[in-house]
Design a protein around this ligand. Structure first.
Ligand SMILES: Nc1ncnc2c1ncn2[C@@H]1O[C@H](COP(=O)(O)OP(=O)(O)O)[C@@H](O)[C@H]1O
Ligand SMILES: [Mg+2]
Length: 404
């Protein structure tokens, strides 16, 4: 920048996330205004990197948030609004529209937040999705259930972390569920349950194209982990595998269909058991949860949060973004809820273990290796040992809030 005015970035944080994003902004001389939901206001935020901090009871009640941010804008020349949590993506879009700032606007943010929005936009662009229907018109709903074989999932359009998803086996069950939902029902969609393996692509986008992408496969599908209380695991896939090419290629198609110019993304697919094809599951304009950022960093050295900041700042300055030199190794994560507050993982001592999840009632390990097969072997082995050593069979809902 030729002028001396510092760049000002407003970060919305409904959760404690995105510390490296804030640090990178500050490192590059930008001023960060952090707006947190009260509950997370006193977390270990990088205070030295933050010019101003404000709390609100929550960051989505309107018109409060628009009033508050407009008030901040009186004394701060805000260049960008950034969502640190998935639940902030829509609010950030509304604020950008209000302040007329660049970045995802409301229509586009819907493709990344509204599960019905992402289905219709993907399908309209020829991307394979599970057969779905909105919950608006009952004739349409009846036709859908008559022509698309059950089971189906009734899914909230605006949640994450498999919250509120119900698997239903007949139309009777669907009508009953809709009855219970009452006026909330139009905030759901119904789609075919596609049994298969779930994959995720974690990518950085610049100039409308992925400039960095890794593809990974979850062990048990996230729905069975969150609702059945199983073991979460995921691993990077070999870069020369068919799965890697298919999923990263499809992710690129999605970014084009959703007109995403830049930023960090987490996109999921199901590879159906019945036909081996990949179906688009969902995408998010954010860093993947459940420590996936650490896994990507262990394998490649790329810090997604930090690159997200570099991308944003490069765009503001009208400069080109360049992905740093990085490794092309592999990593995997395994996490489960544990019976004990601080489970003893000392018997897990392979040299490939590079990090342990520092969270009570969680047993979590991150492994890394140049060899994807070694990562797979370790995870498979740990999966069995975890079942014996830690697994808590009745899922504890209070502690089980993990977003993938
Ligand atoms: N159509 C579907 N077929 C099979 N499993 C599904 C389907 N939709 C969702 N799931 C399961 O539910 C999980 C969460 O659904 P997803 O659409 O990714 O929402 P969330 O934002 O809650 O992660 C998926 O990872 C998968 O295990
Ligand atoms: Mg998901």
């Amino acid at each position: 920048m030729t002028d001396q005015r510092p760049i000002t970035i407003l970060c919305l944080a409904s959760e404690f996330k995105g510390v490296p994003f804030i640090e990178e902004c500050a490192r590059q001389g930008a001023r960060v205004i952090l707006l947190t939901a009260e509950k997370y206001g006193d977390k270990a935020w990088p205070w030295d990197s933050i010019a101003q901090h404000h709390n609100m009871p929550n960051l989505h009640t309107q018109p409060n948030i628009t009033h508050a941010v407009s008030y901040l804008a009186r004394g701060n020349d805000i260049d960008r609004v950034v969502a640190l949590d998935d639940y902030d993506v829509a609010t950030a879009a509304t604020l950008r529209e209000h302040l007329r700032l660049p970045g995802l606007g409301e229509t586009q943010a819907r493709y990344f937040r509204d599960k019905l929005g992402m289905r219709t936009q993907a399908a309209a662009n020829g991307i394979r999705v599970p057969a779905f229907t909105p919950v608006f018109n009952y004739d349409q709903l009846r036709d859908y259930m008559a022509s698309v074989p059950a089971p189906w999932v009734l899914k909230p359009r605006f949640e994450a972390g498999a919250v509120g998803i119900r698997k239903l086996h007949d139309s009777e069950g669907v009508w009953r569920a809709l009855d219970e939902l009452g006026d909330e029902q139009s905030f759901y969609l119904l789609e075919q349950f596609v049994p298969g393996d779930v994959y995720h692509v974690d990518a950085l986008v610049w100039g409308g194209k992925p400039v960095f992408a890794v593809s990974s496969r979850y062990g048990a599908p996230p729905l069975s982990v969150t609702q059945g209380g199983g073991i979460f695991n995921t691993r990077l896939l070999p870069r020369d595998s068919d799965e890697f090419h298919a999923t990263t290629g499809m992710a690129g198609d999605i970014f084009r269909a959703f007109r995403l110019e830049r930023g960090v993304t987490h996109t999921e697919f199901i590879r159906a058991h019945h036909d081996g094809q990949f179906y688009f599951l969902e995408t998010a304009a954010r860093v993947g949860g459940a420590h996936i950022d650490r896994m990507v960093e262990a394998a490649t050295g790329i810090e997604l949060w930090r690159e997200a900041a570099r991308i944003e700042l490069a765009d503001i300055r009208g400069e080109a973004y360049r992905l740093p030199e990085h490794r092309e190794a592999y990593a995997g994560l395994i996490i489960c809820l544990a019976r004990e507050q601080w489970p003893d993982l000392s018997a897990y001592d392979e040299p490939e273990i590079v990090w342990r999840v520092p969270r009570e009632y969680h047993a979590g390990l991150l492994v890394a290796s140049d060899d994807p097969e070694r990562v797979g072997q370790l995870l498979d082995q740990y999966n069995e040992r975890y079942a014996r050593d830690f697994l808590m069979h009745a899922p504890n809902r209070k502690q089980a809030r993990t977003t993938f």
